[in-house]
Ligand binder design. Structure first.
Ligand code: AMP
Length: 216
């Protein structure tokens, strides 16, 4: 299964990607995660990306395309992958088509998660993760059962992304509508686009995505 999850920041791409990973045993290729790792490790890419990411703007196509192309060559992508947060510009979408053709791979589907703007800001500004195991939480929607203790691993160190605040979120949303939303037309024209209502419960949304995946 080779798919792209499309949608604005906070639409639930990461959450749904993890459920798809569990069911289909394919890796989640999140360019945001890869870039954050590069920033944390202080690599050349990380140094170039940090200020751009903190401001909520898009990192250059060249950098992101190179990261994804390299990642697609790893063994764990042989049976498929979920692209989460990539492509984000028409140039990246073109580059992806080229990469896949060169590697003899074919995309199965592109799933768009549709969520209202107000919900996006609320979701993003309240979210945080366990610093140890990465389990996701939210100030309103998903608190740990025991205050300050991760349900999954029992640790107490939580972290918030520096770009998950209302102000930077406005820039991220603008980048989405300006640069990324044209991809909806791009993939619709290819017959690859499927849209899912991303406003409901996590499990219900996953079932809707899974029905699409089962049918391709
Ligand atoms: P995300 O975790 O997908 O919300 O991405 C966090 C930040 O990483 C974005 O706001 C961008 O600055 C950067 N980023 C992630 N993926 C891409 C991409 N495909 N193209 C450009 N910038 C990206």
């Amino acid at each position: 299964m080779k798919l792209i999850l499309l949608g604005p920041p906070g639409a639930g791409k990461g959450t749904q990607a993890k459920l798809i990973v569990d069911k289909y045993s394919i890796p989640q290729l999140s360019t945001g995660d890869m870039l954050r790792e590069a920033v944390a490790n202080g690599t050349e890419v990380g140094k170039k990306a940090k200020a751009v990411m903190d401001a909520g703007n898009l990192v250059s196509d060249d950098i992101v395309n190179a990261i994804v192309s390299e990642r697609l060559d790893h063994d764990d992508c042989k049976n498929g992958f979920i692209l989460d947060g990539f492509p984000r510009t028409l140039e990246q979408a073109d580059a992806l088509s080229g990469m896949l053709a060169e590697k003899n791979l074919k995309l199965d589907t592109v799933v768009e998660l549709k969520v209202d703007d107000e919900a996006l800001v609320e979701r993003v500004s309240g979210r945080y993760t366990c610093g140890n195991c990465g389990e996701g939480y939210h100030d309103t929607f998903k608190k740990p059962a025991k205050d300050g203790v991760c349900d999954r691993c029992g640790q107490s160190q939580f972290k918030r992304r520096p770009d998950d605040n209302a102000e930077v979120m406005r820039t991220r949303l603008m980048a989405y509508y300006k640069e990324t939303s044209p991809l909806l037309g791009f993939y619709y024209a290819k017959g690859d686009l499927k849209s899912v209502d991303g406003m409901g419960e996590i499990t219900g949304i996953f079932n809707a995505i899974d029905n699409i995946l089962e049918s391709v």
